[in-house]
Design a protein around this ligand. Structure first.
Ligand code: CMC
Length: 366
């Protein structure tokens, strides 16, 4: 079958079928395996949502305990991997370090087809790697794992050495649930392409991390925070945003390939942030910048339907838990591991190698 259809960025092209999630861009809806993602934030833990994505249904209490135990067991890194972290250049950015360390763990993830259990084992290790790399870059010793803490609380604990407050855990759990999966985004697609060659799980995850690192994908929230810091006060918002749009620059935290209305994840995260920091003038500024930017984007880019995406209020959540900006993208990665590994297993279970066509635009030989 051959077609000369070329769509830059594959916009609107269906490249796979999936039972994992549905992103409804026209209506601003996100479904994880038959459940509204925004509803999972209320009364469900990170582990329950992860179980749903990995196994296709919510766990019963025994299954939840088992998953938590597996995650706890595999969050402890083998000595050889700790040594590998110690051998990295101390100034290497966390995403590059994470990609390198997962490569180093590849020997334990060679089995074909990859399984959900493999995915859970690798997902469990990621927060520990991020925390160890980050603390080392600051000249701090790694924190000893605490088996009593669940995934989200444990991640925050590993970063700081202090147990987080319940409201910090609630904010980060909501963030983790809302960012763990999102259809065929660039990093998930990269993971599925690598898997389609019958390559191993760690290689597919490394490809996904490389895609996630880019500022158009997972690298936006730290730039959102810089933007809000630079704007500083409500009165400066409109001139600041206009100046950027006049120069043809993109506003970080706005626009989405699929959502042509408000991103439901941004909506849910705005509610979470508001419940935590309702009297914070910074949040007031963020909401003002959001409304001003949407109005100006319609003026400068009429008809493009540019709204806030998940990264805008992700920045607010990160700020509310005092997450350092250099850890925003790695933290997104730690939760997206769930979606990536679910997609890798789904791809492997019904595999056909990805091999699209290109149209030659060069000259022909004489
Ligand atoms: N600010 C200003 N203009 C924009 C923006 C923006 N944030 N996003 C899109 N546009 C304009 C763009 O200039 C283009 O205008 P024109 O038609 O005049 O050329 C039009 O809207 C369509 O843009 P596009 O580049 O064709 O859209 P895309 O679907 O290829 O890109 C995007 C999607 C998310 C990369 C883009 O909206 C963007 O760069 N946003 C800023 C970065 C950002 O916030 N990224 C996080 C995305 S959400 C998390 C994730 O999925 O990873």
């Amino acid at each position: 079958m051959s077609s000369n259809l070329y769509v830059p960025g594959l916009e609107g092209i269906v490249a796979t079928q999936t039972g994992i999630s549905m992103v409804d861009g026209e209506n601003g809806r996100l479904v994880y395996r038959g459940c509204w993602a925004k509803d999972l934030v209320i009364g469900h833990s990170f582990e329950e949502a992860a179980y749903l994505l990995w196994h296709g249904r919510l766990p019963d209490s025994k299954e939840l305990v088992q998953l938590k135990e597996t995650l706890q067991t595999h969050r402890v890194l083998p000595v050889s991997i700790v040594r590998l972290i110690e051998a990295l250049p101390p100034d290497l950015d966390v995403m590059s370090a994470l990609r390198t360390i997962i490569s180093g763990m590849g020997g334990n993830f060679q089995a074909w087809p990859p399984t959900i259990d493999d995915g859970i084992r690798l997902t469990a290790a990621v927060p520990t790697i991020i925390a160890a790399v980050y603390r080392r870059s600051k000249g701090l010793p790694a924190v000893t794992p605490d088996p009593k803490l669940d995934t989200v609380a444990h991640y925050l604990y590993l970063l700081t050495g202090t147990a987080p407050t319940p409201s910090q855990v609630a904010a980060m759990s909501a963030y983790g649930i809302l960012t763990m999966e999102h259809g065929l985004n660039a990093s998930t697609f990269a993971a599925r392409v690598v898997t389609s060659t019958a390559s191993d799980l760690a290689s597919a995850v490394c490809a996904a991390i490389g895609a996630m690192k880019g500022p158009l994908h997972g690298g936006a929230p730290s730039e959102v925070l810089s933007m809000l810091d630079e704007i500083g006060t409500k009165s400066k918002a409109e001139p600041w945003l206009r100046e950027r749009l006049e120069r043809g620059e993109r506003l970080m935290g706005f626009g989405h390939r699929v959502y042509k209305t408000r991103d439901p994840r941004a909506e849910a995260l705005r509610t979470v942030t508001a419940s935590l920091t309702s009297d914070d003038p910074w949040l007031d500024l963020a909401v003002h910048v959001e409304n001003t930017a949407i109005r100006l984007l319609e003026e400068y880019k009429p008809g493009r339907r540019l709204y806030t995406n998940v990264e805008f209020f992700a920045a607010a959540v990160m700020r509310s838990v005092s997450m350092p900006a250099e850890l925003f993208t790695p933290t997104f990665t730690a939760s997206r591991m769930v979606g990536w590994t679910a997609h890798i297993v789904e791809q492997a279970a019904n595999n056909r190698i990805f091999r699209p066509q290109s149209t030659y635009t060069g000259t022909l030989p004489e």
